[in-house]
Design a protein around this ligand. Structure first.
Ligand code: FAD
Ligand code: NAP
Ligand code: SF4
Length: 673
């Protein structure tokens, strides 16, 4: 008997059976855009099919040039596009999987001047004002979707997903916010729905009965003038009648100011909306957003919120997610921590996606972990993210590995990161590595600080230094005052801080510290009701779009967050998550000051100057979050002794160090030794 009977139950679609209830949701990787990358894309999907996922949906592919997300992005509109897609379908089918292509027309979210929309209304997140589609152009755009679906069928896809949510073109037709037409395609809710319904109806007529059509309904727009619940229900019914096989859930337009997928969103925070639709239609419903572990997915399905779960990033993090759940090895799953750092952030920076916890994602043909030709005895010093990734990959390749850490537990700085409200997922990475150390036979020696001489005595063939960083102590007069502590003292040693706190440094750690000091513990990220109230998500769905007035919980402390550089604090935070951190701190009335000079710290507080103005911040505590410096003296000593040594992670370069670099560097070095 499986631990996950609902999750692993097959789903009979009448003309095809899915082997389980896991849909790999659509996600751009950057490999969709160039024909020359389709071998890599095929390998990426084949590995997920091999890992047992029930149904894969590709990243969004445009049905026309005007539908492009950005110039020259992936398109399926011409017969010669079919061959590259066949590589994907053949690779997935060879592994026993099923795959649909997502047809996505960006509408006014397009990043190019040819963009079109129901009405000429610019989006707040793109620089281009779209042209309004003429009635003739609306008809030809529907034809583009149908043509794309027919080509998908020629390419061997098992079906298509029609992207109707997230604020893209079809979604733009559905609401007055973006559709001010008074012809057959606007003016009333019925007419605004026609575009979506006609796409599905005409696609079904063109592809026949035995082809999957998933339609992604925007069940919760999370923008003003969004759809009412009654309109969502009416749309779903018409989409079903038009011939959809499955209805997927969409949550939040890209311009919404409510986070929907970042790590501080509670797990399964939006499945209630899919459940609300149950009983209104007969086709199976797929739910989504922040579902990342089998027990979460199983509970959602067992309580009847949906018939299937969609996960995109968790399958990037671990291609074998389903196989591990089936084998009762959930503890071996490399969990997606919803950081967006290597997936969505990359896509927004026009870089190929990967995964912070799994650098092989989207690099399956390039980063291979092969058995070592010559087995060696290797020491890894430091069990932070860099050392853990390196040691486990070396172990997987068959080397005899000893992993040392001076601390009593593995994890390095992740032990501090996991204490930040909204970063609870970091616990999962440490659980994964703990399991993986056992599986790969790494010998772990905790509470053992080693130096070059001790390592030399043991006669290792190679030594990897992953000794990390230590906090920088800036040369500010009074920095040794009793009210000054470092972030390390607070997060690792539980040093108490007062009610009024000044933070020196507004980088990633300064922001995290501000959240740690102002948020209640446990944080709303662990409680859907509290979190929804805090961000203004109305689970009662009284108003269109499902928005309510945000009701942030009161701040636990008064906090000033400071930086010397002029400009907006937090500007360098990650692209897709920085705005959430800034909004969260604004809601807690954190005062953010830039262009600050630190004059001194004394009993009165922190004395600063901004331009000509001097000020004393009456802080009870001053917390240093002023960056870090590398711990590389052991590495240097090993080199001086003539040992074969390598250095990775923060010990290599402390500046702009993050876990993505640490894990990737550790994995890549281990793959090469
Ligand atoms: P470390 O994590 O510093 O690990 C080094 C290890 O080496 C330590 O365990 C130490 O005990 C051990 N060690 C040192 N010297 C010796 C010795 N001589 N003998 C034995 N053991 C030794 N990064 C992100 O990408 N995203 C985030 O959201 C994020 N949030 C963060 C939040 C906080 C609060 C903090 C503090 C950090 C955060 N980071 C984040 C940064 C991330 O944790 C670091 O980039 C990462 O931990 C660096 O990994 P590392 O393995 O190089 O070093
Ligand atoms: P950081 O991002 O480099 O920020 C350091 C801060 O300290 C800056 O605000 C800097 O601003 C200030 N500073 C630097 N030198 C100083 C000095 N001598 N005196 C006073 N202030 C000084 O480093 P971090 O915040 O320590 O974070 C470390 C790494 O962890 C980051 O690179 C980040 O990628 C990662 N991290 C990521 C996240 C995430 O959510 N993705 C979260 C936490 C950490 P000024 O120079 O302008 O004063
Ligand atoms: Fe998940 Fe982060 Fe990996 Fe993206 S980069 S898949 S959010 S763990």
């Amino acid at each position: 008997m499986s631990d996950y009977p609902h999750l692993l139950a097959p789903l009979d679609l009448g003309f095809a059976t899915l082997q389980n209830r896991v849909l790999m949701g659509s996600m751009h990787t950057g490999l969709e855009d160039k024909a020359s990358d389709y071998d890599k894309l095929a390998a990426y999907f084949a590995e997920r099919a091999h890992g047992g996922v029930g149904l894969i949906v590709t990243g969004g592919i445009a049905p026309s040039i005007r539908g492009w997300l950005k110039p020259f992005s992936g398109r399926l509109s011409m017969p010669w596009h079919v061959a590259r897609h066949r590589k994907v379908t053949q690779a997935v089918h060879a592994e026993g999987g099923k795959v649909c292509v997502q047809i996505l027309h960006a509408g006014r979210y397009a990043y190019h001047p040819l963009s079109v929309a129901p009405s000429r209304i610019k989006s707040p997140i793109t620089p281009f004002t779209p042209s309004a589609l003429s009635a003739r152009a609306v008809e030809s755009t529907i034809g583009d979707f149908v043509n794309s679906a027919k080509l998908a069928q020629d390419a061997g896809y098992d079906g298509v997903e029609v992207m109707g949510s997230e604020g893209y073109l079809i979604n733009q037709f559905l609401v007055e916010r973006t559709n001010r037409r008074d012809d057959d395609w606007g003016g009333t809710p019925e007419k605004r729905r026609r575009f979506a319904v006609e796409i599905v109806r005409r696609t079904r007529a063109a592809v026949g009965a035995n082809f999957i059509i998933i339609y992604r309904v925007s069940m919760l727009d999370l923008v003003e003038q969004g759809q009412s619940w009654e309109q969502v229900v009416a749309l779903a019914k018409e989409i079903e009648a038009a011939g959809a096989t499955l209805i997927n859930t969409g949550v939040g337009w890209h311009e919404a100011r409510v986070p929907t997928i970042v790590t501080s969103v509670p797990r399964g925070a939006f499945t209630w909306v899919t459940r609300k639709l149950r009983g209104e239609v007969k086709v199976p419903l797929i739910t989504t957003n922040r579902i990342n572990m089998p027990d979460v997915a199983e509970a959602i399905l067992a309580r009847g919120d949906a018939d299937m779960v969609s996960m995109a990033r968790p399958l990037l993090a671990d291609a074998h997610w389903v196989a591990k759940a089936r084998a009762g090895k959930a503890a071996s799953i490399n969990t997606c921590i919803a950081c967006n750092q290597a997936c969505l952030d990359h896509v927004f920076e026009n870089k190929r996606a990967s995964c912070l916890v799994n650098p092989r994602a989207c690099h399956e043909t390039e980063l291979t972990i092969a058995p070592a030709a010559q087995k060696k005895r290797i020491a890894v010093v430091g069990a932070g993210p860099a050392g853990l990734a390196c040691a486990t990959t070396l172990g997987e390749r068959g080397h005899a590995v000893v992993l040392f850490d001076a601390a009593a537990d593995i994890g390095g700085q992740f032990n501090m990161a996991k204490r930040i409200p909204g970063k609870e997922e970091f616990f999962e990475t440490l659980r994964y590595f703990r399991t993986r150390l056992g599986e790969t036979g790494v010998e772990l020696r905790l509470a053992t600080r080693v130096d070059a001489t001790a390592l030399q005595r043991e006669g290792f063939d190679e030594i990897v230094f992953a000794t990390g960083v230590h906090p920088r102590k800036p040369a500010i007069p009074g920095v040794d005052h009793r009210k000054v502590v470092s972030y390390y003292d607070v997060l690792a040693s539980n040093r108490p801080v007062g009610a009024r706190v000044a933070l020196i440094g507004a980088g990633g750690i300064g922001f995290d510290m501000a959240e740690f000091l102002t948020q209640a513990h446990p944080s709303p990220s662990t409680d859907i009701a509290r979190w929804s109230e805090e961000w203004g998500v109305d689970t009662g769905y009284a108003a269109p779009g499902g928005l309510a007035k945000p009701r942030p919980e009161p701040a636990e402390r008064q906090v000033w967050l400071l930086q010397r550089t002029p400009g907006k604090p937090g500007e360098k935070l990650n692209k897709t998550t920085g705005w959430v951190h800034r909004a969260a701190l604004k809601a807690k009335n954190v005062t953010m000051l830039a262009g600050v000079s630190y004059e001194r710290i004394d009993d009165a507080g922190l004395h600063i100057r901004i331009g000509e103005r001097s000020e004393v911040l009456p802080a009870d505590s001053v917390v240093l979050c002023a960056g870090q410096e590398s711990n590389r003296s052991d590495y240097d000593a090993a080199l001086a002794l003539g040992l074969k040594a390598h250095v990775i992670g923060g010990a290599d370069v402390a500046a702009e160090l993050d876990a993505k670099r640490a894990i990737a560097q550790g994995t890549r070095l281990a793959a090469s030794l």
